[in-house]
Design a protein around this ligand. Structure first.
Ligand code: GGG
Length: 353
């Protein structure tokens, strides 16, 4: 039996409802394919913040260091400002463990009602590659003359050569490995004077190393329109931290529900643990009702297993997910059904066993 040591942070809201289902399903698939899970759960969340004044303990990052991977639910809840909860937990983990790739697949599954007319499974199947540790997500800046009519707020975006090149390299490699060999890059270089033309110039320089990859460069505004108009055009889409975040909500929304979408925060060098989470947040509007869609968390678990080298576990989870969706009997409300979180989880479990 192979053993994996996973740190689990259910976090807030529906994170606490979808993570146990994800763990149950991972254990079942693991048992079938010779992988045993050693879980350690951390109750770090907005509740912890209310109790202790911190989202995680001072040595939280140190505590996570020895794990093979981190499995995260959702972060943020009303009562704690979102920038406090995010900068107290999710963002420090991404940065401390140099998880500079945020890989977010977008796929239309058979059985999930698609809001875009005439699209079939196979038409929408692409990856958003998001730069995950710099760019617009920066704490550089400040406020002056606070509380007066002369208040001035500034916020710096940071794009380093190393940070830009390594995310582009990852995206080019991914595009090169796929049959379509097509990379789309998102910027706003007509409006943002320094950083975005810089990103464009690095794309153009790197494209010379990948003559087989067909590259197109879009302004983010028309790119979002094209996600809706012609999602079949896209194969690998690379963007900065902010643009990648927006595109990876819009993409899954075009496939019927963002709740299905996973997010892999990857340290490709494997020097540190990578972290796997659903794209969705804590959804306070439905938290506590047991009706959240667990598929984003299950798919994130599948990506975690692939990252750790257990392709058979990944494949069995993806097959189970695809066949339950195609059957259409245990869909949660966001996909047009009336199943609850556990019922959808049970249907997947049945498929795996
Ligand atoms: N599933 C993780 C989560 O809670 N995401 C909410 C969120 O706002 N994430 C911000 C980000 O991915 O940068």
């Amino acid at each position: 039996m192979n053993k994996v040591k996973i740190a689990v942070i259910p976090g807030d809201g529906i994170g606490k409802e979808v993570i146990p289902v994800g763990m149950q399903i991972l254990e079942a698939a693991g048992r079938k394919h010779g992988v045993e899970f050693n879980w350690t759960e951390f109750d770090w969340s907005c509740e912890t913040y209310h109790r202790t004044g911190r989202m995680m303990p001072e040595d939280g990052l140190e505590q996570l260091k020895g794990f093979d991977a981190i499995y995260l639910g959702a972060v943020g809840f009303p009562g704690v400002p979102d920038h406090i909860s995010l900068w107290g937990l999710l963002l420090p983990i991404r940065r401390a463990f140099d998880q500079y790739v945020n890989l977010r697949p977008v796929r239309l599954f058979e059985g999930v009602p698609c809001p875009l007319a005439g699209k079939k499974p196979g038409d929408i199947d692409f990856y958003v590659v998001r730069e995950n540790v710099e760019g617009e997500y920066s704490s550089v800046g400040g406020i002056q003359y606070e509380g007066t009519e002369h208040e001035v707020v500034s916020q710096q975006s940071i794009f380093t050569r190393r940070g830009t090149d390594r995310i582009l390299r990852y995206a080019f490699d991914l595009a090169q490995s796929r049959p379509a060999k097509h990379l789309s890059s998102a910027t706003k270089s007509n409006g943002i004077y320094h950083s975005m033309p810089y990103w464009d110039s690095r794309v153009e320089a790197m494209a010379k190393d990948y003559p087989q990859v067909n590259v197109d460069q879009y302004h983010i505004d028309i790119l979002t329109a094209n996600f809706v108009r012609m999602p079949e055009h896209f194969d690998v889409v690379v963007g900065s931290n902010l643009f990648g975040d927006i595109l990876s909500d819009l993409g899954p929304a075009c496939t019927g529900t963002i709740a299905i979408a996973p997010s892999a925060n990857i340290n490709p060098e494997k020097t540190f643990p990578s972290m796997f989470e659903p794209v969705h947040g804590s959804a306070p509007d439905i938290a506590g009702q047991g009706i959240a869609n667990p598929l984003g968390t299950i798919w994130a678990g599948a990506m975690m297993m692939q990252h750790l080298g257990y392709d058979s576990v990944h494949d069995s989870l993806m097959q189970a997910m695809a066949s339950v969706l195609a059957e259409g009997k245990a869909l949660t409300r966001d996909m047009g059904g009336n199943a609850n979180t556990q019922q959808l989880g049970d249907a997947i479990l049945k498929e795996i066993l």
